[in-house]
Design a protein around this ligand. Structure first.
Ligand SMILES: Cc1cc2nc3c(=O)[nH]c(=O)nc-3n(C[C@H](O)[C@H](O)[C@H](O)COP(=O)(O)OP(=O)(O)OC[C@H]3O[C@@H](n4cnc5c(N)ncnc54)[C@H](O)[C@@H]3O)c2cc1C
Length: 366
């Protein structure tokens, strides 16, 4: 019996992995999506609100990336997952007078129209998505192996072999905050744990709000109640915190400072770890083999420049990670870029490829 050989295996069924699966499926049939949990979106992705809103500020590369991705992803969700995105608008409420001044200083650089409303600024592009349904829809045509943790990956000269049994030509790692599979110190993902809560209330909201936390527009719940989400808390360097009362209290307090919600009942609490890179840019592309690269170019350690095109990379291994607190904004766009890069050799922008992390890591002294 000959063993099945996949064209692509994707490890991790969050919004990163599901977005890659969607784009790859336009070109390949022979794909497998693997997750250690019992479904897609059971990690950080299922915990997300998930709000899509513009990044405000003076021009910089991060803002350009986020806002490009926002336009792409909203359009993408509307096309492919229309039932699970609500482009209801988001009102940004300045936290205090300093925040208001900051907002004013950003006005010359606004990339999206907004209007002054009573207590803040309404951005019509602001949206909210159903995170789990989006992941399920994007990955629905991709065969899956669930409840399956990859603990071992070996390149045998031709193929990647996972846990000594799954064989694939190409491997894509989108494992979120859990980066144990990548034995490379420069891929330094930081976990930022967060909690979101879903509540019922007798009040209703027609737009999303964002101040110290976000509140979603409400949807009817039974005959008299409305349901909405409040998110999210942030705990740096914590990967495995449990959902807890303090975080619930914090969210309810912050929400009460935004709008009046009465007869609140918390009906669900979700927790998950965002995966953030050290410079907040995502990490997308081929993974550099640091040992092999430093063996070949030992003088890299003395600061000598080597053209990154000469760095040694693990063959047919790609990463999509580090999407931080904006996974639902960034992932569809980054996944499309990655797939075009793999298939057509289209270059990825410098800010997102792993090279910069490797170069900084070498500079710091290995
Ligand atoms: C409370 C909260 C609120 C948020 N709110 C927003 C928001 O409003 N808007 C927004 O855009 N983003 C938001 N985010 C961020 C967003 O959720 C993340 O950026 C996104 O989910 C990251 O997706 P991912 O695919 O990288 O990771 P994950 O969703 O964590 O997926 C990784 C998957 O890999 C699997 N895996 C890991 N290791 C292995 C292994 N060895 N073998 C098999 N499977 C493995 C895991 O089980 C997991 O399912 C929020 C996050 C949190 C926690």
């Amino acid at each position: 019996m000959s063993m099945k050989i996949y064209d692509f295996v994707i490890v991790g069924g969050g919004i990163c992995g599901c977005s890659v699966a969607y784009h790859l499926r336009q070109h390949y049939e022979n794909i497998l999506l693997v997750d250690k949990l019992d479904g897609v979106s059971k990690g950080a992705s299922g915990a997300a609100g998930a709000f899509l809103s513009p990044l405000l500020g003076k021009p910089n590369k991060f803002k350009t990336l986020v806002n490009k991705a926002l336009l792409f992803s909203i359009d993408f969700y509307k096309q492919h997952t229309a039932n699970f995105i609500d482009n209801c608008g988001t009102i940004r409420i300045p936290k205090d007078s300093t925040d208001e001044e900051k907002f004013q200083s950003y006005i010359p650089f606004m990339e999206f129209p907004f209007e002054k409303v009573e207590n803040g600024y309404l951005f019509k592009i602001g949206s909210v998505v159903n995170s789990s349904s989006i992941c399920e829809t994007l990955s629905k045509d991709t065969p899956k192996q669930l409840n399956y943790e990859v603990t071992k990956m070996i390149y045998d000269g031709n193929y990647w072999v996972l846990n000594d049994e799954i064989i694939t030509k190409n491997l894509i790692l989108s494992t979120g905050a859990n980066t144990k599979l990548i034995k490379e110190a420069f891929v330094n993902i930081r976990a930022i744990w967060g909690q979101r809560i879903d509540i019922t209330t007798t009040n209703s909201t027609t737009v999303n709000y964002h101040k110290e936390c976000s509140i979603s527009r409400s949807v009817p719940f039974g005959d008299t109640l409305n349901q909405l989400s409040i998110g999210a808390t942030h705990h740096r360097f914590e990967e495995n915190r449990e959902v807890n009362d303090e975080d619930t209290k914090e969210l309810l307090l912050k929400a009460s400072d935004i709008t009046n919600l009465e007869n609140i009942e918390v009906i669900a609490r979700h927790g998950g770890a965002r995966a953030s890179s050290s410079d907040y840019f995502p990490i997308v592309g081929e993974v550099i083999n640091s040992n092999a690269t430093l063996n070949e170019f030992p003088y890299l350690k003395n600061g000598t420049h080597v053209n990154p095109s000469r760095f040694s990379r693990y063959p047919n291994l790609f990463i999509l990670n580090g999407v931080g607190g904006r996974g639902f904004v960034l992932s569809p766009y980054l996944a499309k870029n990655l797939v075009e890069h793999i298939i057509d050799g289209k270059p990825l922008i410098e800010e997102i490829i792993p090279d910069r992390l490797f170069q900084r890591w070498v500079k710091k002294g290995v």
